[in-house]
Design a protein around this ligand. Sequence first.
Ligand code: URA
Ligand code: SF4
Length: 216
Amino acid sequence: MPHARTAESKPARPGAEEWVPASADVAQLAQAVHDCRGCELWGPATQAVFSSGPDDATVMLVGEQPGDREDREGEPFVGPAGRVLADALHAAGLDAEQVYVTNAVKHFRFTERGKQRLHKKPDVAHIRACGPWLEAELTAVRPRVVVALGATAARALLGREVRIGAERGQLLDGETHDVVVTTHPSSLLRLRDRSEFGEKFGALVADLRTAAEAAG
Ligand code: URA
Ligand code: SF4
């Protein structure tokens, strides 16, 4: 049965829009995000995790969502995936201090198993709800190239489903900024086999190099 829509009815999950201040700089956004109730993910999380890096960066990296460590520390990519990312940036000739790093979703989504908090992928609804923050960051930073680390970030940036294998390493989009999609560094953490790690790492580095070159 179709839902009755009335002027008064409010969606259960309004999305972040009403919490995102207009024409804000990154510092103002990073402050305001702590009040966001745009979806239910704020509830169980410790805190919102915003971005790191300079707000005049030419390269922006977008991950999926904060992990367990990031949730506790309040900084993106400070856990195991962050170490892989830092190594890959270095190998690609990018200064980790010179890139702006953020996530498609700003709160950690997890399920609890005993004392452990296990990462749970955000739904499309969470990616959409959190989109206004990423939009505001793009407006504030105006990067030349944005790197989507994995499918969640790619969906957030391109607004459609992206198969990483089919589209990785290309310069996509192109209006205000180019988008390069690549694998998420945490997917490398799951590889036991050293040679497979080397191959996947090399591909990540190559994609980051493509982004670096496009940024000039
Ligand atoms: N994975 C992400 O996508 N983002 C982080 O900040 C940490 C891990
Ligand atoms: Fe707001 Fe995003 Fe957190 Fe949801 S995940 S409450 S939209 S900041």
